[in-house]
Design a protein around this ligand. Sequence first.
Ligand code: SAH
Ligand code: SF4
Ligand code: F3S
Length: 482
Amino acid sequence: MFNEIDFSKIDTGITPPQDDTERQYYYMAKLAEMVALRERELGRRITYCLQTFGCQMNEKQSEVVAGIMDEIGFKRQETEDADVVIYNTCTVRENANLKVYGRLGKLHSLKKSNPDMKIALFGCMMQEKQVVDKIQKDYPFVNLVFGTHNIFKFAELFYEMENLDSQLIDIWEGTDKIVEELPTERNYSFKSGVNIMFGCNNFCSYCIVPYVRGRERSREPEAIVKEIEALVADGVTEVMLLGQNVNSYGKTLKDPVTFAQLLEKVEQIEGLKRIRFMTSHPKDISDELIDVMAASKHICHALHLPVQHGSNRILQSMNRRYTREKYLERVEAIRAKVPDISLTTDLIVGYPGETEEEFEETCSLVERVGYDSAFTFIYSPRVGTRAADMPDQIPESVSSRRIQKLIALQKEITHKRYAKYIGQVHNVLVEEASRRDENQMAGKNEYNITVNFPGDKSLVGQIVKVKITSAGESTLRGERVD
Ligand code: SAH
Ligand code: SF4
Ligand code: F3S
C-alpha cells in the first residue's frame, strides 16, 4: 500500500475538514469504523470486486479506488459475487459500453440473491449524459454513479451512498483540481504508471476523450518527481509516464516545463532503471525530445506513436494536424538518433468517407514504417464528436474486410521485425510466471515486448539478461545468459 493512513490520528467526531485530501481521509476513517462494525455483525470479511475497462489511465485511477477500499478494510476478490462491485468504465468505442451493459444485466441477478450488494460505476462512460439517463431509467439497482473528474472524492461519495436509499449520481462537467497523495494499491510491486497530466485538448474528430476527460491539466514536475521517488523507495524500478498527449506536457503550468525537461528530471531519480511514456502525439514530437531519448540511460527505446491513418485527406478530416510526410519525417528523425527504436501505433479503418484507395494508403504507410506491432480499430461513431455526423459512414462489412487485411499485413511485418531480435541479448524485467507452467517466466524487454524464458518465481521484479532464441506472433522466447 502506497500513502498509507494512520486512522488513529483522525477524529471522526468533528465536522469534515475542508482540505481535499484531509477530507477524504476523514471519510475513509468513518467508513473504516462502519466496515469494522458490519464485519463483527456478520462474522466475516466484507468483500469488493473492482474491474477496469479501457486504457492505462483508467488502470491507474482504479489503483487509487482499490487503495481507498483496502484502506477502509474491504477485502478484494476477483469475482463479482461480492458485497460491493465497482466498474471503472471506458467509452472510446461502442463495444466498451456494450460490455458494461452486459455485465450489469448479470449483476442484477446476483443482487437479487444479495440485496445488500452495492454497485458503483465510474469513469469515462459516466461522463456521457445519455449513458447516465439510461442507467437511471433501466438500471435503478445501481447505487452510485460518478465520473472522471471527482474520483478523488470516492470515499466521501461512498459514505453518502451508504446512507441513502436512492441512486446517488455525482458527475462534474470538468475540473481544474489535481488532488495528490491518496492511498494506492498497485497492480505490480516493481512497476507503476504515473499520471503526468489529465485530459486532452486535441479534439481529433472521431474521439470522445476530450469530452469525457476534460481540458488538459499538467501536474507540477515536483509532485511527479516526489511520487516517483516514493515509488522507487517502495521497490519500483520502471515507471510509465501517462497522459493522452505527453508531448504537450507542462504548457499550462504557471512555470511552463517541456516534456523533454520533465524526462531529464525523472532521469536523475536514483534507483529508477526504466522510463516509459505514452501516448505521444506525432504532431508534437520535438527534436529536443528525440535528443533527450538518445542521450538517456533509462528511457526505453520504445515509442508508441499513433498514426491513425495513412491518407492526408483523412488525417486532415481527423484533425490530427500532421501529414503522412511529416509523420514519416519524424519517424526518420527518431531512427537517425535512436536506431534501435521500436515503434508501435494505433490505426483506424472505416473512418467516414474512407475510400479503398485511402485505406490502401494506410497499408502502404504501415509497410513503410515497419512497426513492431499495431493496435487496429474499426471506427466507432461517438455521440457528440464531429465525425459521428459526417456523411458516408462506412458499412461494417467493408470495415471488417479492411481490418482483416490490415491485421494480416501487420502480422507479417511483426514476424519480420521480431525475427531480427533473434540472437540479441535483451534486458528483461521479469513480471510473472506463466499461467500454464510455473517454471516459465514472462517479462518485458526494453522494447515493451513480452519475453518468455525458463526461470523461477524468485526472479519476479528483477531485470535479467535473456538471449532471444525464437519469435512467436506477439512474444519472444529466449534463455537467460547472466
Ligand atoms: N491519446 C491517444 C489515444 C487515446 S484513445 C492518441 O492520441 O494517440 C486510443 C486509440 O483509440 C486511439 O489512438 C485511436 O486509434 C482509437 N480510437 C479513438 N477513438 C476511436 C473511435 N471513435 N473509433 C475507433 N477507434 C478510436
Ligand atoms: Fe483522442 Fe486525439 Fe486526444 Fe488522443 S489526442 S485522446 S485521439 S482527441
Ligand atoms: Fe477509454 Fe477513457 Fe481511456 S474513454 S481509452 S478509459 S481515457
